[in-house]
Write a protein that binds this ligand. Structure first.
Ligand SMILES: NC(=O)c1ccc[n+]([C@@H]2O[C@H](COP(=O)([O-])OP(=O)(O)OC[C@H]3O[C@@H](n4cnc5c(N)ncnc54)[C@H](OP(=O)(O)O)[C@@H]3O)[C@@H](O)[C@H]2O)c1
Length: 295
């Protein structure tokens, strides 16, 4: 079995090392900016030793994961001596294989292995990693090795090509980070009737979980509910009036999200083209009015 090593003993490096070792991949060496972090990872993985330098990891293993922050990956890889038979992988969601160009020129096979998951801490990362989707970028045998790793981690994989990464990552930001932003906006609206962020979050979470259930079990577009799905123009109008009075900072996002929601409602088949146009004019019209008022 190929030996694995890690450079960068942070959240992702530790989670991958722990889980891959559990699945039978020998993780034998780790280095980090600080020896303390390297030792911590080594202590969590049977058979792994903390090295004094990044090069020591390269020399000891077949596949090196560079799990430093994105901005460090290229510099770290370029400082090292590579040779044929070695592979180097980064886990960035946005960077492609070009940042490993020098390692490739040195004879190494290069790859990307991005876990499409959110990791708030090492413990969360170890728990959340299995079952994630992994974006794989690599050529030849390394591509097959990374696909097998994703499957060993009980996950799916998506193969990306040159130029795909930025939109792939932007989609992750929309699905993950902006859900957080939308929850923040919703809890801010609850503050207008005196409910704290903490209590509002607790109250809204079952709704969010129900939405995720519907996305998973009913699927797009049929999982869409609410006034736009029903074509309830009066309800949307009341929302806009109330927000303009009490939460004006939310109005432009509400309008834009509403406009993006109309095609989903149309695809679901609950509204016709005429009702879709009325909704579009209402959501756009408010925007125009706001613009005129600002002028
Ligand atoms: N966190 C996420 O949710 C997530 C999800 C998917 C993918 N990723 C990707 O995974 C990669 C790692 O992210 P992360 O969240 O695990 O970062 P992180 O927790 O900040 O860990 C990065 C580690 O790299 C080490 N490091 C920094 N510079 C170094 C250098 N020059 N040489 C050796 N080690 C160095 C740090 O060392 P010390 O601790 O020793 O100072 C730190 O432990 C990134 O490419 C990121 O885009 C992250």
């Amino acid at each position: 079995m190929v030996k694995l090593g890690f450079i960068g003993a942070g959240v992702v490096g530790t989670a991958l090392a722990v889980r891959l070792q559990e699945k039978g991949y020998p993780v034998v060496a780790v280095a980090s900016r600080s020896k303390k972090s390297a030792k911590k990872l080594a202590d969590a993985v049977v058979g792994c030793r903390a090295c004094d330098s990044n090069q020591e990891v390269v020399d000891a293993v077949d596949i090196v994961f560079v799990t430093t922050p994105d901005d460090e990956v290229q510099g770290v890889a370029e400082e090292l001596s590579w040779s044929t038979g070695k592979s180097v992988i980064h886990c960035s969601g946005v960077d492609s294989l070009d940042i490993l160009e020098k390692a490739k020129a040195g004879g190494a096979q290069v790859g990307g292995f991005h876990p499409l998951q959110t990791f708030a801490s090492v413990t969360h990362a170890i728990n959340n990693l299995p079952g994630s989707t992994f974006a794989v970028e690599a050529e030849g045998t390394l591509s097959d090795t990374l696909k097998s790793m994703a499957q060993s981690l009980e996950g799916e994989f998506v193969v990306l090509g040159l130029g795909d990464k930025a939109l792939y990552h932007a989609a992750a930001v929309v699905a993950c980070n902006y859900t957080v932003t939308l929850m923040k906006m919703a809890t801010d609206m609850w503050k207008t009737f005196g409910v704290s962020t903490e209590d509002a979050t607790k109250a809204l979470l079952p709704l969010l979980r129900g939405t995720i259930n519907n996305i998973e079990n009913v699927g797009l577009p049929d999982c869409l509910t609410g006034p736009i799905a029903r074509g309830d123009i009066g309800t949307v109008l009341k929302h806009l009036d109330a927000m303009e009075e009490k939460a004006p900072e939310i109005v432009s996002t509400y309008r834009e999200m509403g406009l993006q929601t109309i095609p989903i409602a149309l695809n679901k088949g609950k509204i016709d083209l005429a009702r879709a146009e009325e909704l579009r004019l209402l959501l756009k019209k408010s925007e125009t009015n706001a613009y005129v008022e600002v002028l």
